[in-house]
Design a binder for this molecule. Structure first.
Ligand SMILES: O=c1[nH]c(=O)c2[nH]c(=O)[nH]c2[nH]1
Length: 295
């Protein structure tokens, strides 16, 4: 048997950075978690303990803070591309950089006061390669949605273990995890002109998800998933692929008969687990190959 080193990467995970931009009395807040993973010519460190090619993860963390000071944090996709290009361009041994950023939303409550906005998180995942190609996936997670009617589930397959009753009017609730792949940028710095639209693109794609969830009379969460992905692709030509994970947050009607009460769709038990997990990809059939974009 010959033992060889397989794929590997390393980097500082989950650097928490909060950037306060001060405009006199009025402050602006960006609250991010940045995860970096670098790969390339890293055989020597694994095989011989030679660290010459290893830029310490501590330096990577420091770069996040220094860049936040020097460049500010605009759209997270731009900041991720900036970091990814920096590591590939400045370190000979680094051939590929992966940068994932989560943005935690704060809502303004005054010139320099903010309230954390629920659990929803905006996300991005950027890859940059030595040959200059970049990929950008934007998205969100923990966007919690509920329709109190307009959802059915019946006509499903049954077997000897099926006890689920067909539903013609049920609560449909989920916590959306979604990613959408940008058709560009293809190469290097040409991404910069593109970058100014990341904010619009995000707001637009998120709105499509909300609209499609609220506006689809659902015969299954799978059907709703497809409608959500399709709406994004139809309205946002800059995007070519959407991946969704939708946990079915089951709401069970409580049996109030023991108390002499009826329950015409008014009182539910919101179960947290187990939950159905519906996952799917919706894509433009002319989408360029994804490469490592989702890795
Ligand atoms: O929308 C649904 N899809 C399913 O696949 C499923 N399975 C289940 O038990 N309930 C539901 N609901």
């Amino acid at each position: 048997m010959a033992v060889v080193l397989g794929p590997n990467r390393y980097g500082k995970a989950e650097t928490r950075v909060v950037r306060v931009a001060r405009e006199g009395e009025v402050h602006h807040l960006k609250d991010c978690t940045v995860s970096i993973a670098l790969s390339g010519a890293m055989e020597a460190v694994h095989l011989a303990g030679d660290n010459a090619a290893v830029l310490p993860t501590d330096s990577q963390k420091n770069t996040v803070y220094a860049f936040a000071r020097e460049h500010g944090i605009g759209e997270i996709e731009e900041f991720a591309l900036l970091l990814a290009r920096h590591f590939v361009d400045s370190q000979q041994a680094v051939h590929h950089a992966r940068v994932a950023i989560d943005e935690h939303a704060w809502v303004r409550r005054g010139p320099h006061s903010f309230v954390r906005d629920g659990t929803e998180v905006r996300t991005c995942l950027v890859h940059h390669d030595r040959d200059g190609t970049s990929s950008v996936v934007s998205g969100l997670r923990d966007l919690v949605l509920l329709n109190s009617t307009g959802s059915e589930f019946h006509g499903f397959a049954t077997d000897r273990y099926t006890t689920l009753a067909p539903a013609t009017d049920r609560v449909l609730a989920t916590a959306v995890t979604a990613g959408w792949r940008h058709a560009g940028p293809g190469t290097g710095s040409s991404a910069d002109s593109y970058a100014s639209s990341y904010a619009d693109s995000y707001t637009g794609a998120r709105e499509c998800l909300l609209e499609a969830f609220a506006g689809t009379h659902s015969l299954s969460l799978q059907q709703t998933l497809y409608a959500m992905g399709r709406r994004v692709l139809e309205r946002r030509p800059e995007l070519c692929e959407v991946r969704l994970a939708l946990p079915n947050r089951h709401h069970f009607l409580v049996d109030l008969a023991p108390f002499g009460l009826d329950n015409p769709g008014e009182v539910y038990y919101a179960a947290d687990r187990p939950y159905g997990l519906i996952e799917g990809t919706v894509l433009d059939d002319a989408a360029p190959p994804a490469g490592p974009a989702w890795d």
